[in-house]
Design a protein around this ligand. Structure first.
Ligand code: CTP
Length: 401
């Protein structure tokens, strides 16, 4: 199962050097399960050939409004009829101007005017063209017309200048499109989360940690952001990219994680503890590397770490708290024990052998109404299921108070 499965996207490519990045986007959207049909402007086809897009999308490319490959000769109507979204990548200054004024003088602009699906555009142009009052006026008009503007980013530009107008990267556009299709179940909510392992130093080169990859926490942070939440992710050391739209606070030890959470959780409606927090830490972390002494193993004394989730759940004005239970056996009983011990409305349980480190997971949700197994799926899809369940419980909880 993929996140854009069943989605039909019409991708418009207009004239700009960033057109080469649209080729990568077609590949990314295809990998996410979308069916992509490419429409190019004449200027777009000067930068990248239609053949490239045909090969990558696996479908014929459309350029000419008088194309007679459709029997009714109405490709401008037909193409958008069955589309879930029309996406223009890159969108030149000229294209934005045409869209803002309802000009339909080629296939793509006619398609935009005749569409009955959402339109998203990723502008790409020199910084002066972007800041030109005419372009800014057009962008404001497009926003007012309900058109989604993706970016642009700031940075070095093909013309050698540095500034705003650089097109969003293909991965970020894919993320924005996936997010666009997600119901905004957590709109207006602030979610504080923990993810990854913690690292408790023994000396400058050694420490106590665990094998948590952080993948489940990061996938869930992304799903919360795509559901419209403001997400603050307090993360232990992991080798993962921070999801688009998520604020990440990097920490190492459980105590640092605890402090970072406590500073932020007062303003949150939801707290989700996904981190595999080390339960114990060395009483002392040696300043210098511990040297071996012949025939003698050092004794490391341990102290208990704070239980971050339990502490948050017992705050007088506690947010809606979600815990994770990763077990190697007896999942149902351990998960329920955790739920009642920490007084949590929702626990997500999984068997470590099913999920830890991998890209897929099989989870069961435990709440007052019982157990709710979710089908095995990529962590991104599992996360959407968790968000949907969480949002329902949160709404019920809010209705009660
Ligand atoms: N948790 C936490 N702080 C800790 C320990 C755990 O916030 N110091 C959170 C985890 O993020 C997770 C849940 O609590 O959401 C896991 O519960 P816990 O009982 O601590 O799990 P284990 O450490 O696996 O417990 P046990 O040793 O009982 O299996």
């Amino acid at each position: 199962m993929t996140e854009l499965a069943g989605k039909r996207i019409v991708l418009g490519v207009t004239g700009g050097i960033a057109a080469y990045k649209a080729a990568e986007l077609v590949r990314l959207l295809g990998k996410a399960g979308a069916e992509v049909h490419v429409v190019m402007t004449e200027n777009g086809a000067r930068f990248v050939t239609p053949l490239t897009f045909q090969a990558l999308s696996g479908h014929p490319v459309w350029l000419d409004p008088w194309d007679d490959r459709r029997a009714n000769n109405m490709s401008h109507i037909d193409l958008s009829r069955s589309a879930d979204a029309l996406l223009i990548v890159p969108a030149s200054a000229n294209t934005l101007a045409k869209l803002a004024n309802g000009i339909a003088d080629d296939l793509l602009s006619t398609l935009c005017l005749a569409r009955d699906c959402p339109l998203l555009v990723a502008p790409a142009m020199n910084r002066q063209m972007w800041h030109n009052p005419a372009t800014q006026r057009n962008v404001a008009q497009l926003r007012a017309d309900g058109i989604e503007i993706l970016g642009p980013d700031s940075g070095s530009q093909a013309c050698g200048e540095v500034g705003e107008g650089r097109m969003m990267e293909p991965e970020a556009i894919r993320e924005a499109l996936i997010g666009f299709f997600q119901p905004k179940l957590l709109a207006g909510k602030t979610v504080v989360m923990t993810a990854g392992p913690t690292y408790e130093p023994i000396d400058p080169v050694r420490g106590i940690t665990n094998i948590s990859s952080g993948k489940m926490g990061y996938a869930l942070a992304r799903a919360c952001a795509q559901a419209g939440a403001r997400v603050q992710l307090v993360s232990g050391p992991v080798a993962l990219e921070v999801p688009h739209g998520v604020e990440c606070i990097s920490v190492h030890t459980a105590q640092e994680m605890y402090q970072a959470v406590m500073q932020r959780v007062g303003a949150a409606q939801v707290f989700i503890g996904v981190a595999a927090v080390a339960d114990f830490r060395p009483r002392q972390s040696a300043e210098n590397k511990i040297k071996k002494t012949a025939g003698q193993a050092p004794v490391i004394e341990l102290d208990l770490n704070p239980d971050i989730l339990a502490e948050v759940a017992s705050l007088p004005a506690a947010p809606f708290c979600v815990g994770f239970a990763a077990e190697s056996q007896d999942l149902d009983s351990y998960a329920e024990q955790k739920r009642s011990r920490k007084r949590l409305p929702l626990v997500v349980g999984n068997l470590v052998q099913d999920g830890m480190g991998g890209d897929e997971n099989t989870v069961i949700l435990y709440d007052d109404a019982g157990r709710h197994p979710l089908p095995r799926a990529p962590k991104s899809i599992v996360s959407q299921g968790i968000v949907a369940h969480l949002a329902t419980l949160l709404a019920q909880d809010e209705a009660k108070h």
